[in-house]
Design a protein. Structure first.
Length: 398
């Protein structure tokens, strides 16, 4: 049963609350949870603030997990980003919204998912000899780990590119069930280790029952979103709607009514305690950024329809391979498909929602170019000749 909402929010209230919760409005706590300061501490602070940073193989300006802290912190050094994630035992990789980097302190709260995977018995691939293959991986990691799948014996079986070897299937199954952990990527390859070596003793347990795990993840999702519907909250860590229903009353989130939203919503009480104020960030967003990864929510909050076209045939693309939304003034005001040619950042395709977005688009392109070591920006194609001319003129003026 849904409790009656006692707080009403305007659509603008909800948008600003969401922006602040995601680190784009004002100055959220980006400290590293007691770790030393500097760029690494700020990156770890972003990770803890968001609760999950999605990983993806596509790399345009940079890989998506690098773009996430960049979008919030500015031109933080890329080596510092990688080090913040993959050193010091601050994070682990597991299945959340998708394959995600997660704060290490959330290890116990994914016990429900590890148990569910174990109960199912397999994921996408079925092992020919599960007991022998998994034991061989564990023995090797115990003796020589941490190791990549290549070091364990190879990820492919010699057939098609997507056909995993028995060793790769075994180690991924062990990762699913928590008998192996990934707390590092090396050259984009997962580095596997035994949990007892990689997870702090105080966290190394699956003692929490499913309800407590779900309650924690629903609470975290609400805090990371600021305000959201049942579907928004479920999508953040890929929970089922009924799992959210089972714990929402105990999550600490409070029912709210949002102008223009047709479904009930819940908010983080801390997000309601003070009005969202502060400076808006102007930046380009990864399509896998948690501000926009839920397309229906993005449309509802920003009135902006966005689709990743990397997997769409080239002839059917409208906005480009890796179109990145432009966030400016707390709104999504355009998008651009970037590429690098030597030391030039090329806007292969861009479009604006308003002519006033030309200057913020130029500013975002300039900052992104500097971050990835480019000293020039060129507009190749735009939604109209006027848009191309306007952004080019603003680039010259910056």
């Amino acid at each position: 049963m849904t409790l009656a909402a006692s707080v009403s929010l305007s659509a603008d209230d909800a948008r600003r609350i969401a922006l602040r919760a995601q680190g784009f409005l004002g100055a959220p706590d980006r400290r590293g949870g007691g770790t030393p300061g500097g760029a690494g501490g700020r990156v770890r602070g972003v990770l803890r603030h968001l609760g999950a940073v999605q990983l993806d193989t596509i790399s345009v300006l940079a890989r998506s997990h690098e773009l996430i802290p960049y979008a919030r912190l500015g031109a933080v050094g890329r080596p510092a980003v990688e080090s913040a994630y993959w050193s010091g035992g601050h994070a682990f990789e597991y299945w959340s919204h998708a394959a995600c980097i997660l704060p290490i302190e959330e290890w116990p709260h994914f016990a429900f998912r590890r148990r569910a995977r174990r109960a199912r018995g397999h994921r996408w691939h079925v092992l020919q000899d599960k007991e022998r293959s998994t034991q061989a991986v564990l023995d090797r990691l115990r003796a020589d780990g941490p190791l990549t799948s290549t070091e364990l014996g190879g990820a492919k079986n010699g057939g098609e590119w997507f056909e995993w070897s028995e060793t790769k299937i075994a180690v991924e199954w062990l990762l699913d069930t928590g008998e192996v952990v990934c707390t590092e990527r090396r050259g984009w390859k997962r580095v596997y280790d035994l949990p007892e070596r990689a997870v702090p003793d105080a966290l190394l347990h699956d003692d929490l029952n499913d309800r407590e795990c779900l309650r924690r993840l629903v609470t975290l999702a609400g805090q990371s979103l600021g305000v959201g519907t049942r579907a928004d909250i479920a999508d953040y860590h890929r929970l089922k709607g009924e799992q959210v229903d089972a714990v929402i009353a105990d999550s600490g989130l409070v029912p709210v009514e949002v102008e223009g939203w047709s479904k009930p919503a819940w908010a983080d009480p801390a997000a309601l305690a003070t009005a969202p104020r502060g400076r808006h960030r102007t930046t380009l967003l990864s399509p896998f950024d948690s501000l926009v990864w839920d397309r229906p929510r993005t449309e509802r909050i920003f009135g902006f329809t966005h689709r990743l076209e990397a997997y769409v045939p080239k002839t059917k693309r409208i906005h480009g391979y890796f179109a990145m939304p432009l966030l400016a003034g707390g709104r999504l005001q355009g998008r651009v498909d970037p590429a690098r040619e030597g030391r030039t950042l090329v806007a292969r395709q861009l479009s604006l929602t308003t002519p006033k977005a030309a200057r913020p688009m130029a500013a975002a392109l300039r900052e992104a170019a500097g971050w990835v070591g480019c000293d020039a920006v060129r507009v190749e194609r735009a939604g109209s000749a006027q848009e191309a001319a306007a952004v080019t003129a603003e680039l010259a003026d910056l």
